[in-house]
Design a protein around this ligand. Sequence first.
Ligand code: MN
Ligand code: MN
Length: 344
Amino acid sequence: MFMRSEKLLIPLQKPANPDPNGAAAIQELLGGKFGEMSTLNNYLHQSFAFKEKKKLKPFYDLIASITAEELGHVELVSTAINLMLEGSVPEADPVSGPLQEAANLRNTHHTIVGGGGHQVMDSMGHFWSGQHVFASGNLVTDLLHNFFLETGARMHKHRCYQMTTNQAARDVIGYLMVRGGVHQAAYALALRKITGVEVTKMLPTPNIDDAKIPEARKWQEIGSHRKLYTWNMDGEYADVKGVWSGPADWADGEELEVLPGLPDYAAEGPVMEESRTLFSPDYAPEEIYEIAAQLMAKGGISPLQPGDGLHSRFQGSVPNSPGASAQEGVKTEPNPTKPKKKSK
Ligand code: MN
Ligand code: MN
């Protein structure tokens, strides 16, 4: 199981300007065949189906800890897309047609379906699919597949980097290129431990030098290209050291490191603002902001009573609705009796 933190993997600033068409391209890094949804779900399901994980713990721990990191990558790329979309739609009277320009954007789902939010799809609008998951039950084949997946992912990131100058997107891509390099190297190391084959020497492709990308170079400078995290504070998954240790030939012979928990540079991310044109978060924001403020004033006590479902919480957001009485402190009128439907 997983714990959640209200931190983004890296500190991220809001970009100066929106770039909705750039965001449509970056969708490939989220929901494409080589995107973060794919890396996450490949490793996640390989780890669930792993055979003899106790006897093969260093290899299991490798796949399990990279899984947890990929979940953070899904969050990072989604956040970059949302930041690129923020402010791309004018706030104006609906009669004036404020969404006309959005009709000409590459991805109309961002506006119509997502209300200014990312979609779980690639850059051509194909929804991400479980068909992109490869979990064969054969460890060597899975590791080779994962190496190939990270290789393709780095190539796509490098191409997407060149498709936008949006700083939020470039900050995320630069970091993920370095982390993808770590994963690529880790799967290659695991293969070498098992088979003696050095796939990076057999297949030195793509020839991407992260040091030439400023947003990637800064992570190399602090040694991020040598570090793997376990995303766990209790010493579980620490046997990944069996794979990830010793001097790295791609890091001037410096030592590889496994660290417990999460990176110390993780930080709270920017807050996305409302868009009234898109009814995000709602048609009457003042009402739900007020309800939330009242709830927080009461010390964060949930208005839900035992046995209440999510349904009643939504109902309770509307005065006089059947669920309103479930909300302590929110004054409501008694429910008016609904007129019964006349039967014919
Ligand atoms: Mn990733
Ligand atoms: Mn990866």
